[in-house]
Write a protein that binds this ligand. Structure first.
Ligand SMILES: [Zn+2]
Length: 201
């Protein structure tokens, strides 16, 4: 069926579409039951829940799909910033789905969530400072997380230091994915993301 028909049938998914609409290559998107994907010759595993075939095809096992699955597959169809072409496609799907679903609930339209992966360290720090934190390391200490981009080093002074294993681009991916993963639990994550999106995206 056409995406417009799909959204008319399940209007609770429409705000997710509205967040991502400016980045979709076409408005003429078709939605199919997952069985059709195998019939069209696309690889589908026994545990596949859904898949997206750019530029215009979405396949779902369940109708309606849950919000995160719908956001994830629609993200796959979106045009990404050309400077960020090297980022793996699933980095977008997994990390942005929860953020996009939250933006839809909050009515945060007209923002570009893909730009979250282009923020400078100074932009991130300026928002963290407003919320009483000095750096991403300070944030991780506050929420009690050691992300994959860092390691904990025990020195002569307490507490142990969080040391970066990668450059800013990788640390930013880890930070944005942490913010997204903790969205349901941490008011702080919502405040940081809302400010980053409103100010820089
Ligand atoms: Zn995916």
């Amino acid at each position: 069926m056409r995406l417009s028909e799909f959204l008319a049938r399940w209007p609770h998914l429409r705000p997710i579409y509205e967040v991502l609409e400016p980045f979709l290559p076409t408005t003429d998107i078709r939605v199919y039951p997952l069985g059709e994907a195998a019939r069209m010759g696309y690889p589908v595993g026994a545990t596949t829940l859904a898949c997206a075939v750019p530029p215009d095809k979405l396949f779902f096992r369940h109708f309606p799909p849950d919000e995160l699955t719908f956001a994830h597959e629609l993200i796959h169809l979106c045009r990404k910033p050309p400077e960020l072409e090297s980022i793996d496609e699933e980095v977008w799907g997994y990390n942005l789905a929860s953020i996009v679903a939250w933006m839809a609930k909050e009515g945060l339209m007209g923002r570009n969530p893909f730009k979250l992966f282009q923020l400078s360290e100074e932009q991130v720090n300026s928002v963290l400072r407003e919320l009483g934190l000095s750096s991403i390391e300070d944030y991780y200490r506050h929420v009690g997380v050691i992300p994959w981009s860092h390691e904990e080093v025990l020195g002569p002074s307490w507490p142990p230091k969080l040391v970066r294993k990668y450059g800013w681009a990788e640390c930013l991916i880890a930070f944005i994915s942490e913010l997204g993963a903790g969205l349901p639990y941490f008011a702080l994550n919502k405040a940081i993301l809302a400010r980053l999106l409103e100010r820089y995206c």
